[in-house]
Every structure is written in C-alpha cells, then in structure tokens.
Design a protein around this ligand. Structure first.
Ligand code: NAP
Ligand code: HSE
Length: 442
C-alpha cells in the first residue's frame, strides 16, 4: 500500500479548482508516479457559500486559513490564495509549523522571497514554486536542474498571459482593449487586480524570480525599467507590422560583464523570431547558456489547468523527495554575486518612436536635428500621405494645422541619449505630446 501525503489547500479559485480536478481525475496515475496518495484534509476559502466548479466534500471547507496552514494532520500546504497579506502569513505559519509549501504566488516570492526561503531553511522544509512563473511551463525545473552546467548569458521571455492575449487579439482581430481584457479575466488568466498584469508588475515579479535562479542575483522590481501595455494603441502594432515586427511585452535579463541589463517593456520583436510568433495566453522563455546555446521553452502561461499542472508536478516532486534535494541547491541561496544592474541610461538598443506632429514645413528637419545632436541615427521614417486640404477647407477651419502620425526607427543608441532627445521633443511646438517610444529586439 502506498503512503498518504496529507495536504491543506489554501484557495479554491481558478488554480485551486484545477488542482482538485487533476488530483481526482488522474488519482491512479498520480499515485503510481508519486508512490503516494494525496489526501486533501482542509480547503480554505473566503466565502463558504460560493458555488464551486469542482465537487468537494463540504466538511473539508473552512474560512480559517491559519488553522488549515498549521493543522497537525498535514504534511504539505498548497497556497493558492494570492496576494501578499494573508497568503504571506499563511505560508510563514505553515513553514514554521514544519510543513512543506507549494505556491503559485509570484507576488509573494518577488516581494518577500528572502523571508519565505529563509524561514523554510530554518524550519528544515522546502518551498516549491513551479507554477509561480509562466504557468504550465517547467521553467523553474529547467533553470534549477537542467541548466546547472551553464553560465546563463541571456533570458528573453513573454511572462504574462493576459497581456499577450490582449496584444494578440487586438492585432489579429482588431478587437478593443477593454473587451479583450474582460475576456482574459473570464478565462481566469488575469490577476485578482488586473492592473498587475497590464502595468507589467506581474511580468516584472516573474523576471525577478527567473533572474535570481538563472544569474544568482536578487534584483528588486523597483531596480529595473518596467512599462506596461496601457499606453499602446493598435496603430503602433500596425506600424510595427509594416516594419516587419510584432509588439510584445518582453521581459529580458542579459549578462553584460559584471552587470545585468534588465527590463520589462512593450518591445518590437522581429516577426520571424519565436518570441514574436507566440500568441494568446502562451508564454515563452528563450535562454542562452554558454554550453547549451539557445534553448526555448514555451507553453500555456496562465489559466486553470496549465497552472494546476505545475502545482501537481510540485506535489509529486515532494512525494518522491526531488524538491528536498534541489531546493537547498537553487541559486536563490547565492549571497556572493558581484553582479549589479546596468544603469538604465547605459542600455543600448534601437528604438521605435511615434509622434503626432503638425503637418507643416520643417517638422521632420526639427525632429531629425534633435536626434542628430544626440548622435542618434535614423534607420527609417514613415509618414503616410495625408489628404491635401483645399484652400476652402483650410479657410473654413481658420487655417488650422492637420496633425499626422510620424514614425521613426533609430539605429542603435542608448536609453540615456533617447531620454535626452525626448526632453528636447517636449520643447518642439510642432510635436504634440505624448509620443510613443518602444525599444526594438532584433
Ligand atoms: P482566485 O481565482 O482569485 O482564487 C483565490 C482563492 O483564494 C479563492 O478560492 C479565494 O476564496 C481564496 N482566498 C483568497 N483570499 C483568502 C483569504 N484571505 N482567506 C481564505 N481564502 C482566501 O486566484 P487564482 O487565479 O486561482 O490565483 C491563485 C494564485 O495563483 C495567485 O497567487 C496567482 O498569482 C497565481 N497564479 C494564477 C494563475 C492563473 O492563471 N490564474 C497562473 C499562475 C499563477 P473564495 O473563492 O471564497 O473567494
Ligand atoms: N495573471 C497571470 C498572467 C497569471 O496573465 O500571466 C499567470 O501567472
């Protein structure tokens, strides 16, 4: 007879329901692979009266997450409540009570990871968090075990399913931003507060975790550039397409000498790259290791079943003792890294700029002059022909100036020079603010 692993499940929302579904639909297979049965002893939720998408024994349900996290009859606590308040207290209480913890909570690990991991070490237990980054993709396992013979040179990734779904739907189906966001929420991709997805916070938290695992250095999200998709318009995706690119919320860390270049920003990515062809709620991570070369892992990055798949894999890893071997050896314990974040001004790349400008003489010359003085070279310029205004129409509008879009792609320059140019653009009366600026990843 196989042994029984007793589990408290904190949270029965999107991911928690998926976990219950997998454990019940594939009970026999999982028992064979884990050599153990998973026995759910407690399920903590906020609202006992809520209709649930999965069948659970009502006797297991409680609103007392603290009791569920520390119950003496439990070996592993699975935290799927989200957030950094009750979830943090629950995880710390569970660890102090000697329970192993599985969590999908990147917000918690990105903001309080040191405290959580150190508490686990002091208590002699482990934390597994495959589901916290890129949903169903085994990226923690890839970095924590399969890449251990490599110096990781770069990591480029799409880490947020909600924003990738929004950008893909807006571009391919010309759907409105608000409609697609509502659908992403309905499909269970978005965070409880979708601002975390839209403004790039969620992707930045995941990048912090991956960077720690890949490069052995914890970088706080406040230390690197982060921009969300909220200022983007369909027009930018169409101009990018015309230039041979797709727009994606790209998360990137690159090793440059003793520095890490790190940012999360909407970025133009050349159309033939796998990153550019990754659509919907799919996530992708492209790694470069000095031994293995380029490695790409891709798959569903959000949603009930893909995320639950990673949670169940973590449970099985506890059952067979794999996590107990790998957790103490992860790069999260590296305290000697000499790496520091490359100052933003020194980041070098190409840029896409879109201005709304007055359609009158000398405008392009003024803009080119600003760029030229910052030693920024133009790679291409798009200004589509606007209808010629008749003398009568001009007179009727009081001779008002037409505003037209102007798109410029630059050659390689630095973030510092682009910022200096932008300060000057704000002083040009022919340029209406705000303008759009995105980096380019060739
Ligand atoms: P969710 O659907 O909002 O579910 C949260 C669950 O936690 C609900 O069952 C809720 O109870 C319960 N809960 C919240 N606060 C509680 C409290 N104070 N006391 C007791 N129960 C509480 O969230 P989710 O989408 O499943 O996400 C869970 C975690 O997984 C988050 O950390 C999220 O970032 C992460 N994650 C989610 C996805 C995804 O695609 N959804 C993917 C990867 C990682 P009620 O049901 O009664 O409200
Ligand atoms: N809200 C997250 C996303 C869930 O859209 O990617 C997966 O972490």
């Amino acid at each position: 007879m196989s042994k029984s692993i007793r589990v408290s499940l904190l949270g029965l929302g999107t991911v928690g329901s998926g976990v219950m579904r997998i454990l019940s639909d594939h009970a026999g297979m999982i028992e064979r692979r884990a050599g153990s049965q998973f026995d759910i002893r407690h399920i903590a939720v906020r609202d006992l009266g809520k209709q649930r998408g999965v069948k659970v024994d009502p006797k297991l349900m409680t609103t007392d997450w603290k009791a569920a996290a520390t119950a003496p009859d439990v070996d592993v606590v699975v935290e799927l409540m989200g957030g950094t308040t009750a979830a943090k207290d629950a995880v710390l209480a569970a660890l102090r009570a000697g329970k192993h913890v599985v969590t999908a909570n990147k917000a918690l690990l990105a903001t309080c990871g040191d405290e959580v991991f150190n508490t686990a070490r002091e208590a002699g237990v482990c934390v597994a968090f495959e589901a916290a980054v890129a949903g169903g993709i085994p990226i923690i396992a890839t970095l924590g075990t399969s890449m251990t013979g490599n110096v990781v040179e770069s990591l480029e990734a799409i880490l947020n399913g909600t924003t990738n779904f929004i950008l893909s739907e807006m571009f391919s189906k010309r759907r409105a931003y608000g409609d697609v966001l509502a659908e992403a929420q309905k499909l269970g991709y978005a965070e409880a507060d979708p601002t975390m997805d839209i403004d790039g916070t969620d992707a930045a938290q995941k990048l912090t975790l991956l960077t720690q695992l890949a490069f052995g250095k914890k970088i706080e999200t406040s230390e690197f550039l982060r921009q969300g998709i909220n200022t983007l318009e369909l027009a930018d995706m169409l101009y990018a397409d015309e230039l041979g690119y797709r727009v994606k919320l790209l998360a990137m860390t690159r090793l440059i000498g003793k520095h890490l270049e790190m940012h999360v920003e909407p970025t133009l990515i050349r159309r033939n790259r796998a990153l550019a062809r990754t659509d919907g709620a799919i996530n992708i991570v492209e790694l470069r290791g000095d031994a293995v070369g380029r490695l790409i892992v891709s798959g569903p990055g959000a949603g009930e079943m893909p995320t639950a798949s990673a949670v169940v894999a973590d449970l099985v890893d506890f059952a067979i003792g794999r996590t107990q071997l790998t957790f103490p050896r992860l790069e999260i314990w590296n305290n000697d890294s000499p790496l520091t974040v490359l100052p933003a001004e020194q980041i070098e790349r190409r840029y896409y700029l879109r201005f709304n400008v007055e359609d009158k003489p000398h405008v392009i010359a003024d803009i080119a002059d600003v760029l030229g003085r910052q030693e920024i070279s133009l790679a291409s310029v798009i200004q589509h022909e606007s209808p010629e205004q008749s003398a009568a129409a001009a007179a009727a509008t009081g001779g008002g100036v037409t505003i037209v879009p102007l798109v410029i792609m630059t050659h390689r320059t630095t973030e510092g020079r682009i910022r200096a140019a932008e300060a000057e653009f704000r002083r040009l009366s022919c340029v209406r603010s705000p303008h759009i600026r995105m980096p380019v990843a060739d």
